[in-house]
Design a protein around this ligand. Structure first.
Ligand code: SF4
Length: 476
């Protein structure tokens, strides 16, 4: 496993929670020597990240851009010369949180403050109006321009912006500072060409564009050389991947090639769109042990009527057919999903169909949310908004049903033994934690003192709705 990190394994294994949030960065051997430009020499940066794994990984790459210019990571926000917020606007609460953070920096004169990501793209110049102490606003589709924008800031620029959405390139950096010593992310496709009526992503991340397969594979090989054994391929619609290079690999071919990189033991991918989910993905998982037996397949609603209003491009029946392919695989593949409750016009009958879908599929995990209207989306103007109290009632019912389903599914695993990649230690509970290839969290006891980053066999002794409890079975 990777050995040299600013944020060491120790931080993850300590008695307390890791002292660094997802927003701080660690050097990996693949990138440690590449900071050869000194434009920012002596200056420090801190990035706070909100939202999804795509954002977390974008921040790792933005940090790489800064390192290449001679900046160094600050140990905390208070000490940073350059403070960046990589934002999310998928729900209103996330956007409010960013503005509240910016409010805390009112009157701050010493720092350069920047807003990146989805909220930057969505609000644009408005951010300068609401928080005049901000100097940089840049959406993710313009990250390739970051070096140029930072040069303008260094030259004394007061308000610099990158908000271009007409892009056909992906954001690639010479350096990526990776904050997760166990699992490495690789973005293979950016943006989205779907137009779900509730979603801001096409407006904030721009059109779909895939990365050349050779570039993806060489990054995977560098990660393997650096000691990583688990890679997660990322994309808003990861399975829509289309290789723009002459090799023209499809998604499944790329999956198989990444899985065959020497040293890589686990390959995950997220998020899949049901429309582009074909049987060959299941076949690939069945025949390629390094492809993890977990698929995240967001359904959003169990009602075909609501799915049509959401512009999800599939029906309940078509979605269930895809689930039937997964269920007929030789390997038991775990399935997780996202569900929105309280979409405008969602009737009690529609909601019931979401609940019965949970039962029909038997999900191993569900991220359920109440619908939140977002600017620039067609759903925001739809009639028949559901009252907040009713949305919350539906959410509670759905979550409770899913909790019961998960508990029942997990109870069936008691007595089984799984290979676990260890990614943490809770000293207070004297427990290690890690994930199985099916992405289940397994907390376990062991007499060993150093297991982080190791693959171990764990026998499940108890089940809870969101995790399994077990004991380490050291091999003879
Ligand atoms: S597929 Fe739909 S929900 Fe997913 S990013 Fe694209 S527009 Fe948003």
């Amino acid at each position: 496993m990777p050995k040299t990190f600013d944020i060491g394994i120790d931080a993850l294994a300590g008695a307390s929670e890791p002292s660094v949030p997802a927003a701080t960065f660690a050097a990996t051997p693949e990138n440690a020597s590449a900071a050869d430009s000194v434009a920012g020499a002596g200056k420090s940066f801190f990035i706070e990240t909100f939202g999804c794994q795509m954002n977390v990984h974008d921040s790792e790459k933005v940090a790489g851009v800064l390192l290449a210019r001679g900046y160094r990571p600050a140990s905390n926000a208070a000490h940073a010369d350059l403070m960046l917020y990589n934002t999310c606007s998928i729900r209103e609460k996330a956007a409010q949180k960013v503005f509240s953070r910016l409010g805390e920096l009112r009157g701050e004169r010493r720092k350069i403050i920047g807003v990146l990501g989805c909220l930057a793209q969505q609000e644009g110049e408005e951010i300068f109006e609401r928080a005049p102490w901000v100097s940089l606003v840049c959406g993710s589709a313009s990250y390739r321009k970051l070096p140029e924008l930072i040069t303008q800031l260094e030259a004394g620029g007061r308000r610099v912006m990158g908000l271009d959405l007409e892009v056909d390139e992906t954001f690639e950096t010479e350096i990526t500072r990776r904050d997760n010593p166990i699992r490495a992310y690789i973005t293979i496709i950016e943006g989205c060409d779907y137009a779900c009526s509730y979603c801001v992503v096409p407006h904030t991340r721009g059109p779909e564009r895939s990365r050349a397969s050779d570039s993806v594979l060489s990054e995977a090989r560098r990660l393997a050389d650096a000691g990583y054994t688990e890679i997660q391929l990322l994309g808003q619609t990861v399975n829509s991947y289309r290789d723009p290079s002459p090799r023209k690999l499809g998604f499944v071919e790329l999956l198989r090639e990444v899985a065959s990189v020497a040293g890589i033991r686990r390959v995950r991918f997220t998020t899949s769109h049901p429309n582009d989910f074909h049987r060959d993905i299941v076949d690939a998982i069945d025949s390629t042990p390094a492809l993890c037996d977990h698929i995240h397949l967001p359904v959003q609603s169990g009602s075909t009527r609501v799915l049509r209003e959401m512009r999800r491009t599939y029906t309940r029946e078509q979605y269930l057919e895809k689930i039937s392919w997964i269920r007929s695989a030789r390997r038991p593949i775990s399935v997780t999903s996202d569900v929105i409750v309280g979409f405008p016009g969602e009737t009690e009958q529609d909601f019931e169909e979401s609940v019965t879908l949970l039962e029909s599929v038997g999900y191993d995990g569900v991220y359920a949310f109440v619908y939140s209207p977002r600017p620039n989306t067609t759903a925001a103007a739809m009639p028949d908004a559901i009252p907040e109290a009713e949305k919350s009632r539906r959410l509670a019912i759905l979550q409770e049903r899913q909790r019961q389903i998960q508990l029942a599914r997990n109870e069936r695993l008691v007595g089984e033994t799984f290979e676990v990649l260890v990614d943490g230690h809770n000293a207070a509970r004297a427990q290690w934690t890690g994930r199985s290839t099916s992405n289940r969290v397994i907390n376990f006891t062991s007499s060993h003192e150093s297991l982080l980053g190791e693959y171990v066999q764990v026998r499940v002794t108890r089940a809870a709705p969101h995790s399994l409890i077990g004991e380490h079975m050291p091999q003879a």
